[in-house]
Design a protein around this ligand. Structure first.
Ligand code: PBG
Ligand code: ZN
Length: 346
């Protein structure tokens, strides 16, 4: 039975109908806010390519986490930008390192915000690579040792979850073993399982972490963006090795991979809405070509529709703010007027 009995437009007539039958929504509960810790105090350096995001000294980072918490955001993803770098990435596992200090500060001053740490070496190596280089090539098993050392140091500093970003073979297995034998058997792992070698990480490297590869590239460990069957194999292995949460990264160009991952594995699934995705939207909005808030909400909702449970995003604060305003607007029955008023005041 088709037209005229079937008229799908009936349920699109007005926001109340649309809300009633909406299949996917996004909430601050889904967000993880990335934070960049730098040495020093009273430093709050805005990133030109990621406006609204900052390099923060630990005191300011604590404030930022409190702000995030007040907006209903449940977790932050912590990155460190160390004072000095070396070949061995020794700053990455230093108990007095930047991330370890930030973890301790967050855990003692900010209740109810999960502290997730990015586990990789590229912010700490002089050559900008993600582990130990031997003859110009990222040495897998030597790098595993480094990665497990970093992992345990984050756990000892008190983080709530570790997020291995390196795409080494066997890294989840090695980390799980290291954590278990150090007494952290209940600390979960969020694995960057299908991380693609993407040009969308530009602003993250150039500005947020000031890390540049001095030779070669990361295509010997990160995935070829042409592949998606291989992404399923990567994810399956991570699950076998003990990953608690799997991840696809980047998000927007890779929503087919996100969809497949959710369908095939039915695991808690994160996406990383990376720096280049934010920068593209922000730049287009600056030029007046796109409506910043509207495109942001569309992008985030579509990540959920594809199957993401968790969205790591530089939009987290603005999106949470907007979502609360919408909820409030709906609650007071003043609808879009209240929303417009609120946004005008901003
Ligand atoms: C690894 C890491 C990277 C990003 C997050 N974690 C870069 C990489 O290893 O290639 C990129 C995130 C972004 O662009 O927002 N430390
Ligand atoms: Zn890396």
């Amino acid at each position: 039975m088709g037209f005229p009995a079937r008229r799908l437009r009936r349920l699109r007539k007005g926001e109340s109908f649309r809300a009633l039958v909406r299949e996917n929504t996004v909430s601050p509960n889904n967000f993880v806010l990335p934070l960049f810790a730098v040495p020093g105090s009273n430093i709050r350096r805005e990133l030109a390519s990621l406006p609204g995001n900052y390099q923060l000294s630990i005191d300011c980072l604590v404030e930022e986490a409190l702000t995030a918490r007040d907006l209903g955001i449940r977790a932050v993803l912590l990155f460190g930008v160390p004072e000095t770098k070396d070949d061995k990435a020794s700053g990455a596992y230093d108990p007095r390192g930047i991330v370890q200090g930030a973890i301790r500060a967050l855990k003692s001053h900010v209740a109810d915000v999960l502290v997730i740490t990015d586990v990789c070496a590229c912010e700490y190596t002089t050559n900008g690579h993600c582990g130990i280089i031997r003859d110009g090539y990222l040495d897998n098993d030597a790098s595993l040792e480094l990665i497990t050392r970093i992992t345990v140091s984050h756990a000892e500093a008190g983080c709530d979850m570790v997020a291995p970003a390196c795409m080494l073979d066997g890294q989840i297995h090695a980390m799980r073993q290291a954590l278990d034998s150090a007494g952290f058997e209940s600390l979960p792992i969020m694995a960057y399982s299908a991380k693609f070698a993407s040009s969308l990480y530009g602003p993250f490297f150039k500005e947020a972490t000031q890390s540049t590869v001095s030779f070669g590239d990361k295509r010997t460990h990160q995935m070829d963006f042409s592949n998606s069957d291989e992404a399923m194999r990567e994810i399956a292995l991570d699950i076998e090795e003990g990953a608690d949460i799997i991840m696809v990264k980047p998000a927007l160009f890779y929503l087919d991979v996100v969809y497949r991952a959710k369908q095939e594995f039915k695991m808690p699934l994160a996406v990383y809405d990376v720096s280049g995705e934010y920068a593209m939207i922000d730049a287009a909005a600056h030029l007046g070509r796109l409506d910043r808030d509207a495109i942001m909400m569309e992008a985030l909702t579509c990540m959920r529709r594809a199957g993401a449970d968790i969205i790591i995003t530089y939009f987290a604060k603005r999106a949470a703010e907007l979502l609360h305003t919408r909820e409030m607007a709906a609650f007071t029955h003043r609808g879009h007027e209240a929303l417009k008023e609120y946004l005008a005041v901003k």
